[in-house]
Design a protein around this ligand. Structure first.
Ligand code: NAD
Length: 327
C-alpha cells in the first residue's frame, strides 16, 4: 500500500524517543519510553491515554473536566493542574480536542502551549480540525523549532478503546517516524498523506464520502420499502452487489436489518450526527479554499443539518435516513 504502513511491521528506531538499555548486572534489556503529555481526555482522548499507560509510557494528562482527570488517574496517568504543567518534562505532546478553535486556543498566542513545550519535543494533534488550522499551528510550532504532525483518527470510540485506530498523518516523514511508537500504542494503521494539514484533508475526504454514501443508502432502502420490499432482503442483495458499502454491511441505517447497528437500538451510540455535520462543514470550508466542487458533500451537509434540527443531532449519523423514512 503506497503511503501506508501496518503498525506491526517493525518500525525503524525512532530518534530519541524509545531507547533500549541493557543492564549488564541482570543481562536484561529494558525499554525506556518517553514521557507523553496528553491534553483532552474526552470520548476519544480518555481511552487513547489509557492505552499509552498500558503500553508503558509515563503519561501526564490535563483536561478541563475533573471527572475526565479522575478516570485517567484511575488508569495510571499523572494528573497535571494545567496544560502547561502537563508538558513539563514531556518529550511528546498529544492533543485530542473538539475543534479548530480549541486547538488554536491551546497552542497559539502569548500564553499558548507552544511557548511551554520542551525544546526538541514532538507535538501530535489528533483532533479533527480544519486543514488550514492544522497548517497554522504546525507553522507556529516550526517557528519555535518544534516538530508537529496532524494525526486525526478513524475508528470511533470502539477503536480508541481497543487501540485499533487508524491514524491519518500530515507532516514531515521524520516527525512521523518519531511519533510511530506512540501512535502504535493507540492504533493499528498509520497512513502518511503528505505535509502539514494533509492528514486533515484526507480525513475529511473519507468522512465526506461516508456521509454521502450513508444518506444515499438510506434513501435507496426507503424506496425499496415504499414498494413493499423487505429491507433486510434488499440490504443482503446490495451488500454483494455494486452498491455495497460499510453503510449497508456494518452500519445499516434501517432498524432491524443488523442487530448490532445503531439503527437497531434507537440510533444510540455510534458516530454522532453532529460530528458528521462538523466534518462536512470542514470539507465545505476546505473546498472553498481551493475552488474544488463538492456538490454531493454540500447536499449531504444540508441533510445532516436538517437531521440535527429534527432533534437527532446526538444520535448516530445513520439516523439521517429518518428524513425519508415513513414511520
Ligand atoms: P469530546 O468532546 O468527548 O472530548 C474533548 C475533550 O477535550 C473534552 O473532555 C474537553 O473537556 C477537552 N478540552 C477542550 N478544550 C480543552 C483545553 N483547552 N484543555 C484541555 N482539555 C480541553 O470529543 P471526542 O469525541 O473525544 O473527539 C475529539 C476529537 O476527535 C474531535 O475533533 C472529533 O471530531 C474527533 N473524532 C471523534 C470521533 C468519535 O467517534 N467521538 C471519531 C473520530 C474522530
Amino acid at each position: 500500500m503506497v503511503g501506508s504502513s501496518q503498525v506491526g511491521a517493525a518500525p525503524p528506531t525512532p530518534r530519541g524517543l524509545t531507547t533500549s538499555i541493557r543492564d549488564e548486572n541482570t543481562a536484561m534489556t529494558t525499554t525506556s519510553h518517553p514521557t507523553v503529555a496528553f491534553i483532552g481526555l474526552g470520548h476519544m482522548g480518555g481511552p487513547m491515554a489509557t492505552n499509552l499507560v498500558k503500553a508503558g509510557f509515563p503519561v501526564q494528562v490535563f483536561d478541563l473536566v475533573p471527572a475526565a482527570l479522575e478516570a485517567a488517574a484511575a488508569a495510571g496517568a499523572k494528573v497535571a493542574a494545567s496544560a502547561i504543567e502537563a508538558v513539563k518534562g514531556a518529550q511528546v505532546v498529544v492533543s485530542m480536542l473538539p475543534a479548530s478553535r480549541h486547538v488554536e486556543g491551546l497552542y497559539l498566542g502569548d500564553t499558548g502551549l507552544l511557548g511551554a513545550i520542551e525544546a526538541g519535543a514532538l507535538v501530535i494533534d489528533s483532533s479533527t480540525i480544519a486543514p488550514a488550522s492544522a497548517r497554522k499551528v504546525a507553522q507556529a510550532a516550526a517557528a519555535r523549532g518544534l516538530a508537529m504532525i496532524d494525526a486525526p483518527v478513524s475508528g470511533g470510540t470502539a477503536g480508541a478503546a481497543a487501540g485499533t485506530l487508524t491514524f491519518i498523518v500530515g507532516g514531515e516523514a521524520e516527525a512521523l517516524e518519531r511519533a510511530r511508537p506512540v501512535l502504535s500504542a493507540m492504533g493499528k494503521n498509520i497512513f502518511h498523506m503528505g505535509g502539514a494539514g494533509a492528514g486533515q484533508v484526507a480525513k475529511l475526504c473519507n468522512n465526506m464520502a461516508l456521509g454521502v454514501i450513508m444518506a444515499a443508502t438510506g434513501e435507496a432502502i426507503a424506496l425499496g420499502v415504499a414498494h413493499g420490499l423487505d429491507p433486510a432482503a434488499l440490504s443482503q442483495m446490495m451488500a454483494v452487489s455494486t452498491s455495497r458499502s460499510w453503510a449497508t454491511e456494518v452500519c445499516n441505517p434501517w432498524p432491524g436489518v443488523l442487530p448490532n447497528a445503531p439503527a437497531s437500538r434507537g440510533y444510540e451510540g455510534g458516530f454522532g450526527n453532529d460530528l458528521m455535520l462538523k466534518d462536512l462543514g470542514l470539507a465545505a470550508e476546505a473546498a472553498l479554499g481551493t475552488g474544488a466542487s463538492i456538490p454531493l458533500g454540500e447536499l449531504a451537509r444540508n441533510l445532516y443539518s436538517m437531521n440535527s434540527q429534527a432533534g437527532r443531532g446526538a444520535l448516530d449519523f445513520s439516523s439521517v435516513v429518518n428524513l425519508v423514512r415513513k414511520a
